[in-house]
Design a protein around this ligand. Structure first.
Ligand SMILES: [Zn+2]
Length: 93
């Protein structure tokens, strides 16, 4: 049986791109960088929303946006449409 404390909300695309990964190699340093953990970390410490783009603020944010393809063109366009309908925040924090 699943432990509820081990669950986190995720959209199907992020969940699919993440798979079982918990870290990614930084191509510049060659170091393993952990992915953002929504169960233990605060989103606003790692990312900010600028228009429809989710900008990373840290190495963790950077590898997470890359692995999850958070700013793929179709996903940015989807956010723009949702923002135009007031169904997505315009900026954060
Ligand atoms: Zn997502």
């Amino acid at each position: 049986m699943a432990d509820e404390n081990n669950l986190a909300f995720a959209c199907v695309l992020c969940n699919r791109y993440k798979g079982s990964d918990v870290a990614s190699i930084d191509p510049l340093s060659g170091r393993a960088i952990p992915l953002f953990n929504p169960r233990t970390e605060k989103w606003q410490h790692y990312f900010r929303l600028v228009g429809p783009v989710i900008e990373p603020l840290t190495e963790v944010g950077w590898v997470t946006t890359r692995i999850l393809r958070i700013n793929a063109a179709e996903r940015v366009i989807e956010r723009q449409v949702l923002q135009s309908l007031a169904r997505y925040p315009l900026g954060w924090p």
